[in-house]
Design a binder for this molecule. Sequence first.
Ligand code: SF4
Length: 438
Amino acid sequence: MDIEKFNEYKKLTRGNWGKDLSMLKMMTIGLLNQFKDDDLTPITEMLLNYLLSIPKARKDGKKLVMHPFNYGPEIFYAMDLAPLMQETYSVGLAPLGLNETYLDLTNKIGYGDNPTVCNAQRPLIGSYMQGVAPIPDLLFFLSTPCNSLAMTYQVFEQLASIPAFKIDIPYWTYDKVGEFNDDKVIDYMVTQTKELISWLEQKTSQKLNLEKLQETMGKVNQARQYILEFNELLKTVPCPVNSQASFGNFLSMVGCGGTDDAVKSTKWLRDTAAENVKNGISGVTDEKIRIAWPYTHIFFDGDLLTWIEETFQAVVVMDLLGFYQVLPHDVSTTEKCFESLAKGALDFSMIGTCRGPIEYYIDFLLDYVKDYKIDCVIMPMQFACKHAYSMARVSSEAVREETGVPVYIFGCDPYDSREVTSESIRGGISDFITQVVL
Ligand code: SF4
């Protein structure tokens, strides 16, 4: 990063963010220092701008809305609120090694443990008790992707006395075909979305400007179009980008969907992939193995995918969150915008694959393996993620039977380096690739 730009960002991190944003401040400084020697990409810039927007919003008197990692923030941006995707904080601490103290504190106060409640959110509770968790003005969450997330958010809601709104995500599809279709799904979601907007209007004493919503949704659709093209480009052999690239699309849509930053980032990723395909450049030198990773990253080990690339000339094409598959929808009228919001919530990364019958996930995985010419599937798994845990074995059998592609499922806690160590994870992956795949 250009030194002037680095200093500019550094200056913006200074000052008093407030005690509840102190960990977020430390995280922002930590990330900035990590990025210091790298090129400043639109993704890095977006991430830094996003983190810095939180203390700025406080200063400017904007309301802070906290939401989970499976819902796009476009309504909040359209209402000029400041969205904070909660896991930016509770998971974002993990790669910096800052979450484990709060996991231990959460244990001490007796709120769950890893086998029952996911450690993606648990640091929120321990750090809240220490006064260093971000306290939003409003809290919003969904009944999916998991009971674990919904439970921790409810505990946080009660502990911090934050007004909250929840959306119930239905089980069925809306595409009017197949055995899982239910014609009431979109209406059910549109009604709840309108109730969410009324609730926001009441809590913030400001009206949603429908033209602004349409404009914001237009930007969401632009970004979705770029991602769709990016996803297509990744079918090329060799894969034109490295194993981390697709996660940038997820961050763009979940943190900044509906903003110019997200349009710029997703366009940059699409352009990079297209340019590399054109010039025969691969994300991993001399690619030999293409891996499907249909689960989340191991967040405490930020170097794991790079290690896989360098050790085995293998690329992880996309992870479950980075595989953002929401189609651009019709946003020509306000009613169409509401439908688009409904479909966007139902199809969001991890929601679309995990909100209903196991067939949603199996179909996704089979298509992924076939369309992206996958050589093997690697699936980390933790017991707290009960829905995914129960789907893993059945899905792996379906992959083996239909495609013959080998699958490796291994237990670990993606948020706690002490449960299964990096060394042990690498050893297992190494054995699988050398003894089964090669
Ligand atoms: S990893 Fe699984 S249990 Fe944890 S927050 Fe994500 S979906 Fe929920």
